[in-house]
Design a binder for this molecule. Structure first.
Ligand SMILES: Cc1ncc(COP(=O)(O)O)c(C=O)c1O
Length: 382
């Protein structure tokens, strides 16, 4: 893995995170201006921007979009970022603004569990949907003639990884656009636009904001025409974040580097501890040197995320394990400063064994967290 604290382009990630999206200092003004609560803005005369109506633009979004753009595409001014009410709003904005009846799209078959819902809707609109697994770059096999390739790497919850550059080159060679769901890695873990993608899309609900109190999504893209369509979609659908959520997200990004360093380092330690346990099978963490995804992950990721997946022998064992944990909340979602874990099969949407656990490592002291996990495993043995 390359140096995790300094990018190739100027300041380190911590410096960039604390300063991301801040306006130029103005005497007597706060460093990060507070949320602007406005449905409309004073607008005498011709209705020109930047701020006219609150569904189109908001100064609090502008600063957040600047911040996310600086992290996803440092040093580039050809990238536009748009924030949305949730990750699904951002995903839908790309899918439904770029595709028309008769087009074909390639989705992962092991991605986030709401993608099949999007698939059904796309098909209802006359769009052909093809799917293939993330691992082994299998999406290459079904790419021919597609208009858009949707990649999710690492995939949630299986944590498989594909070669973004290889897939993007193949897609571009035949005129397809490429979107990468960057939720799990965060922009400090992976920069899809630098790897050749046209869109970096993410749920900011997860580690980007990291406190489990905000729903947010974003699309960062480098194709002006495609981004104009995404912006138009946001206006039509109105899937916009509230100013308070946008401001909370921006404030949270200041600690992103601290959180990912801590959480991801502990995730690796947890994975190493779980590897020693006989009742644990199917352990996945892209940062483990012997993980099947490690080789390609180490080439395209700068950090490996805070999620560890593994399987316990049965549904009952997994339920009892989750119940026995004291420092880990049984909850869905991931990326927060408080560890969460869940038996993923309870939702019914993922092709995972009954005992499959998705574990999101928080910012607790690593010794405390790992001791809690090992104690819960011991307590539920037999
Ligand atoms: C990889 C991935 N993408 C997108 C989403 C959807 O994000 P949101 O819940 O913010 O709509 C999720 C949610 O878990 C996710 O894990």
């Amino acid at each position: 893995m390359s140096d995790t604290t300094r990018g190739t382009d100027g300041p380190g990630d911590g410096t960039r995170a604390v300063r991301a999206g801040l306006p130029e200092p103005v005497k007597h003004e706060p460093t990060l201006p507070g949320p602007v609560f406005a449905a409309h803005f004073h607008l005498p005369g011709d209705p020109t921007g930047p701020y006219t109506y609150g569904r189109d633009e908001n100064p609090t979004w502008t600063l957040l979009e600047q911040a996310v753009g600086e992290l996803e595409a440092p040093g580039r001014d050809d990238v536009e970022t748009l924030v949305f009410a949730s990750g699904m709003a951002a995903i839908s904005a790309v899918l439904f603004s770029q595709l028309r009846a008769g087009d074909a799209v390639v989705l992962p078959d092991d991605g986030y569990q709401a993608l099949p819902l999007a698939r059904a809707q796309l098909e209802a609109y006359g769009i052909e949907v093809r799917t293939a697994p993330t691992g082994g770059d299998a999406q290459l096999e079904v790419l021919e003639g597609a208009k858009l390739l949707w990649i999710e790497t690492p995939s949630n919850p299986g944590l498989d990884v594909c070669d973004v550059r290889r897939l993007a080159d193949a897609a571009h060679a035949q005129g397809a656009l490429v979107a990468v769901d960057n939720t799990l890695a965060t922009p400090l873990g992976q920069r899809p636009l630098e790897l050749g993608a046209d869109f970096a899309v993410a749920s900011g609900t997860k580690q980007l904001t990291g406190h489990g109190d905000v729903l947010l999504g974003y699309v960062a893209g480098r194709d002006a025409e495609a981004m104009a369509a995404v912006r138009r979609w946001r206006k039509i659908v109105g899937a916009i974040p509230g100013p308070m959520e946008a401001w909370l997200a921006h404030r949270s990004i200041a600690t992103l580097q601290l959180r990912v360093e801590r959480q991801n380092a502990t995730a690796l330690r947890l994975a190493e501890a779980l590897r020693e346990r006989p009742e644990v099978t199917g352990l996945r963490y892209p940062g483990l040197p012997d993980d099947p995804a490690h080789k390609i992950a180490s080439q395209q990721m700068r950090r490996y995320g805070c999620v560890v997946s593994f399987t316990l022998p049965s549904r009952d064992r997994a339920d009892r394990f989750l119940d026995a944990l004291r420092l880990v909340d049984d909850a869905t979602s991931f990326g927060g400063v408080r560890s969460t874990a869940e038996r993923r099969g309870r939702w019914g949407g993922d092709a995972v064994p009954e005992g499959f656990v998705r574990f999101s490592v928080g910012a607790e002291d690593p010794e405390d967290l790992i001791a809690d996990v090992l104690r819960a495993l011991d307590a539920t043995a037999g």
